[in-house]
Design a protein around this ligand. Structure first.
Ligand code: URA
Length: 257
């Protein structure tokens, strides 16, 4: 019996040998990413997981949405690895906490603070969440060649959007003591941004012996604002999508995928 990935609703032959997956959180973003390859075809859309096969000439990649956060991303990675995916590239968005990052700038994660929770189901907390070095070099090259402003460094991946990222614009307005002052502390430790998936991505990929890289566009700088503006939001998505697809092309040619 061929393996059927239950949550993704895919079987291996549908991937036509694709070994690289681009992974946004939002299913709505999959077709915009896939369209940048040229040809594309939706394979499945089950729960938060929308899967599109994208092609440019002989090059193929899968674009799969992970939903929000580590738990659903880990489900997708588990199933994608069994379907033959060997390289994962996150195409995400984030809130910056480094003072020099502006909306629509790009952040390349070299490593991630493991506040995601999910990664502890794959490796104990002292295990580092780090990116694949070769893939990360290709993301840097893509940013440079496309001329988009970027920084690379450490990302904080939180299990929650609100308390874990020390947001007070909430129902109770309360953040538990563990997280009070945490934004300032991560900033002092040189952490660049908050998001919710990269620590899971890196930990799961490493423990599987597979490659992973993460690229996020800044939606807001938390030191300045909590509300993204619509023009920066569009530009952030445009830049992160184009850079990810450019990186995918480099990876397909240079990492023998
Ligand atoms: N995603 C997050 O997790 N945090 C932000 O601030 C923006 C996007």
């Amino acid at each position: 019996m061929p393996y059927h990935a239950y949550h993704l609703n895919l079987v291996q032959e549908m991937l036509e040998g694709a070994q690289l997956a681009l992974i946004p959180g939002d299913p709505e973003r999959c077709s915009a990413i896939a369209a940048l390859f040229g040809d594309y075809r939706e394979l499945a859309f089950h729960r938060e997981f929308r899967s599109i096969l994208a092609e440019s000439g002989k090059e193929k990649a899968l674009v799969v949405s992970s939903g929000i956060g580590g738990p659903s991303l880990a489900v997708a990675m588990e199933e994608l690895a069994r379907l033959g995916i060997r390289c994962f590239l996150r195409v995400g968005t984030c809130g910056a906490i480094a003072p020099d990052l502006n909306p629509a700038d790009l952040v390349i994660s070299e490593g991630a603070v493991r506040l995601d929770g999910t990664s502890q189901h794959f490796a104990p907390l002292p295990y580092p969440a780090c990116a694949d070095t070769e893939l990360t070099h290709l993301i840097v090259r893509a940013c440079r060649e496309l001329g988009f402003p970027y920084r690379k460094g450490i990302t904080c991946s939180s299990a929650t959007f609100y308390p874990g990222q020390e947001r007070y614009d909430t129902f109770t307005g309360y953040v538990i003591r563990d997280f009070q002052g945490s934004l300032e502390e991560w900033k002092k430790l040189g952490v660049l941004n908050y998001e919710m998936e990269t620590a899971t991505l890196f930990t799961v990929a490493r423990t599987f012996g597979l490659r992973a890289g993460a690229l996020c566009a800044v939606l807001v700088n938390r030191l300045a604002s909590e509300e993204p503006d619509h023009i920066s939001l569009r530009e952030a998505e445009n830049r992160v999508n184009r850079t990810a697809v450019y990186t995918a092309g480099l990876a397909l040619r240079e990492l023998a995928l």
